[in-house]
Design a binder for this molecule. Sequence first.
Ligand SMILES: [Zn+2]
Ligand SMILES: [Zn+2]
Length: 333
Amino acid sequence: MHIHFKGTRGSIPTAPNASEVSEKVVSALLGARGKDLRSESQIREFVTKVLPFHQGSTFGGNTPCVRVDTGSNDWLIFDGGSGLRVLGNEIMANGLSNQTFHLFMSHFHYDHIQGIPFFTPAYIPGNKIIVHGGHDEMETFLREQMRTPYFPIDFSTFQAEISFVKHAPGDTLEVCDSTITVYKQNHPGDSYGYRVDQGEKSVVYSTDSEHPNIAHGKEYDYLDFIKGTNLLIFDAPYTHSESISTREHWGHSSNVMGVELAARGEVDTLAIFHHDPGASDQDLTDFHAHTKKFLDRSRLAVREAKPGIPGAPSPRSHPFEVIMSYDGLVLTI
Ligand SMILES: [Zn+2]
Ligand SMILES: [Zn+2]
């Protein structure tokens, strides 16, 4: 499977301003001093391989949208944040018509639906969009956001055939040559996570979820939901201290909780997702370093605490790695 991250920012779309872009150029030029950078290929290699990611690139600012390419002719998409607009433009640029889109909604907060009115394939007759989710009134919610005075054109302007399918927590369904499992999450107004299994491979899309205290206990059923997955896309805009103080009950989780759950759920790769709109590229790079350090320390701590004692926790091997998702990232599992 190929996982295409089209939008990875939480809450509201962001864009770098003029001075932030200028700073990137300045730091790149400073980093280039004294280097042999005569040809374009040398320059490209310097930008992509030598410069730190936050100087040579950006995490991006589109709100959640992830496409999972299972090899099916139909499209499997998670959430309709502003990243969906980018995906729609790519589909149009490739001249694709008569397509079927399975759009799975975590929930209907603005940052997860605001790309839908800008998804050009929805205006093309012959396309089909099947909206999946766990909420009642999904159709009403999507119609409402395009109502006067919030939007200039009405939902009925869409020319694609649009239908809605409601699922219950624990449901499994066959879509796009894969099996999808639905999981209900703790978030204001509820949200739903989805696991995609295809053969030996799996990915879990789990955003906008605050993990309560029972997450530390053995009986937490989220661990069964994520068990052994290759990739866990995990909502973690906060540090541990933020998640238990100023931002408790906002419906999101921390990097520390992500590492803990990924370790216990034996997840291969943890992808941090739904970045804080206030975080700069430098902030997100620091957040990543801090998360990796926590992962390394937690591995050592378990190893040193009880070496070789029967029944003691075994040294942690999972997650193998923790990455920061960014707009434009493509992963293959
Ligand atoms: Zn959100
Ligand atoms: Zn939300």
